[in-house]
Design a binder for this molecule. Structure first.
Ligand SMILES: Nc1ncnc2c1ncn2[C@@H]1O[C@H](COP(=O)(O)OP(=O)(O)O)[C@@H](O)[C@H]1O
Ligand SMILES: [Mg+2]
Length: 302
């Protein structure tokens, strides 16, 4: 059983609105699973269903191959740490006092708490009141609370939201160190760039549906970059392509043709040459991962 978490057609409806639509997520053991999608795409709702905080309308969640339900919930949650939406903690108490409350609730030894605090690098800040913490420190304290039980699975909902670049980098560093310790992490964001490089697997959702699941490399290779064509008669070339159902746009004396596969690109060149149009340049324009993500989540498809 290689997947620590799987969801089978997981769905949530509120009234007549479907906000999570038949999701089949696969989170391999030891992965940092980057769960990405625009605001309102159903990420938090999905994560709450993973934690059994929200009941699915249909489908199910499997943890280690076992269904998460009312009777297994306690057992599963004992090894899952989570941080959902805003960071927890009492502002008028110090970091140390907050951690003590968590320790008592979980009934764990001192060294679990100490290790959790060290992992998030808040060791020097524990005597400060939490309301004096920066947002980044609050997020890290929330993660320390989630880590105090020494979970095998950590579910973090938008931990980089609202952080400055240094705070985001701190979270990335933390995710890397957790992964190195063998913790499986599911982390969401509405901004690809905040987590794509630390994520070993990406799941991209939009309007509650899964658009892509796989590695960063797979996502890039699934993209069809634009082709830029330099030829002797661009207007004639554009007409020929249009007649075959291929759209193009003139741009600085070149023709831009979106979304061609290797074969389609070769066919286009053959067609133009056969029709007597000289082709002197064929260039593929690299898409950035951000372009691919935007195209996907804005409904452009790959
Ligand atoms: N308890 C609820 N009742 C009704 N609608 C909800 C509820 N929770 C979330 N939604 C709706 O479900 C959609 C997905 O929300 P959410 O899971 O929070 O998305 P995300 O975390 O990706 O921003 C949103 O349109 C939101 O308004
Ligand atoms: Mg959310």
């Amino acid at each position: 059983m290689n997947d620590l978490v799987r969801t089978i057609d997981l769905s949530k409806r509120y009234g007549r609105r479907t906000v999570v639509d038949r999701l089949n997520l696969r989170v391999p053991r030891g992965a940092v699973y980057g769960f990405l999608g625009p605001n309102g795409s159903g990420k938090s709702t999905t994560m709450k269903m993973l934690l059994s905080l929200v009941q699915p309308s249909a489908g199910q969640v499997l943890i280690g191959g076992e269904p998460m339900n009312r009777s297994t919930r306690r057992r599963h949650l004992a090894h899952i740490g989570s941080l959902i939406e805003s960071p927890p903690g009492y502002g008028h108490l110090t970091g140390a006092e907050n951690m003590r409350i968590v320790q008592r609730l979980l009934d764990v030894p001192d060294r679990y708490v100490k290790d959790a605090v060290d992992t998030v690098r808040l060791g020097g800040q524990m005597d400060k009141r939490v309301r004096e913490y920066s947002l980044g420190m609050k997020q890290r304290l929330g993660i320390a609370m989630a880590l105090a039980r020494r979970p095998s699975l950590l579910v973090l909902d938008e931990p980089t939201n609202g952080l400055d670049p240094a705070g985001i980098e701190e979270i990335r560093r933390l995710l890397r160190s957790l992964a190195a310790d063998g913790v499986t992490v599911i982390v969401s964001s509405h901004l690809l760039g905040e987590i794509d490089r630390v994520a070993t697997v990406l799941g991209i959702v939009s309007h509650g549906g899964l658009l892509f699941q796989g590695t960063r490399t797979e996502l890039m290779s699934a993209s069809a970059p634009d082709t830029l064509l330099g030829c002797s008669d661009p207007p004639a070339a554009a007409r020929l392509l249009f007649a075959r159902g291929t759209a193009s746009a003139r741009e600085h004396g070149l023709l831009r043709v979106p979304g061609l596969s290797r074969q389609a690109r070769a066919d286009v060149v053959t067609l133009l040459v056969r029709e007597g149009i000289g082709v002197h340049e064929v260039r593929q324009e690299e898409q950035t991962l951000e372009d691919v993500f935007m195209a996907l989540t804005q409904g452009g498809g790959l």
